[in-house]
Design a protein around this ligand. Structure first.
Ligand code: PGA
Length: 253
């Protein structure tokens, strides 16, 4: 059986501006080799997307945005629509990252509307889910993650849901250096698939790529990639330095 594709996604957050993104690409693009079975995508800030697209050209590096408006078009000052993101060269978009949930009050209902907008425009959304430390400590992780999946992914066709990537990112692991045990990530991937199987079909659940995110580094990435049901990683800090992002890609080959 062919190995499943490994997804190595990098979230630049609000940490790389235009000059820094250019410099990152100038370091990475010349040494980026097309790797069979590995998908590399980075998520720069909105203002860097057009610059990044011009630099990437036809190189094997996808581009995604960190957020998307739930609205298609209109008087929504400050929003960026999915079709604008397509125009800027994006193929992917993060939806409901825990920092959006935490600092902007985004919930699963809004996530569903953003997922709808992304899918309608042909973007591949990366739906971020994960429990807080309090929820983890109370033993509620499975219920929280299943609930986020149930509400966020409700009401799509199986074909649409088949274009969604789910990223499991426990809040307590993001930017803390306290990465989840690889077995915990695998268990969470199973919770996600069990819920999707209930909502849609087992086949849709099986095919859906599920990522782990939270303090991923070149030294621990291999342990996640070898877990059953974990198709890749969404890395923040480790993606922002060229050498560590290349280290993640190397481990995925
Ligand atoms: P981190 O961030 O790798 O820096 O923990 C992950 C994320 O927020 O997607």
């Amino acid at each position: 059986m062919a190995r499943r594709r490994r997804l190595i996604y990098g979230n630049f957050k609000m940490q790389l501006g235009i000059a820094a993104t250019r410099a990152w690409l100038a370091d990475v693009l010349p040494v980026l080799e097309p790797a069979v079975g590995v998908e590399a995508v980075v998520f720069p800030s909105f203002v860097c997307l057009a610059v990044a697209k011009a630099a990437v050209g036809g190189a094997p590096l996808g581009l995604g945005a960190q957020d998307v408006s739930p609205h298609g078009e209109g008087a929504y000052t400050g929003d960026v629509s999915a079709s604008m993101l397509r125009e800027a060269g994006c193929s992917h978009v993060l939806v409901a990252h825990s920092e959006r949930r935490r600092y902007h009050g985004e919930d699963d209902e809004l996530a569903r509307r953003k997922l709808r907008a992304a899918l309608d425009s042909g973007l591949r959304p990366v739906y971020c889910v994960g429990e807080s430390l309090e929820q983890y400590d109370r033993g509620e992780a499975a219920a929280v993650v299943a609930g986020q999946v149930r509400t966020g992914l409700e009401g799509f066709t199986p074909e649409e849901v088949g274009r969604v990537v789910v990223a499991y990112e426990p809040v307590w692991a993001i930017g803390t250096g306290r990465s989840a045990r690889p077995e915990h990530a695998a268990q969470a991937a199973q919770w996600i698939r069990d819920e999707v199987a209930t909502m849609y079909t087992r086949e849709v659940a099986k095919e859906m790529p599920v990522l782990y995110g939270g303090s991923v580094s070149p030294s621990n990435v291999g342990a996640y990639l070898t877990q059953p049901g974990v198709d890749g990683v969404l890395a923040g800090g480790a993606s922002q330095a060229p050498e560590t992002y290349l280290g993640l890609l190397e481990a995925a080959r």
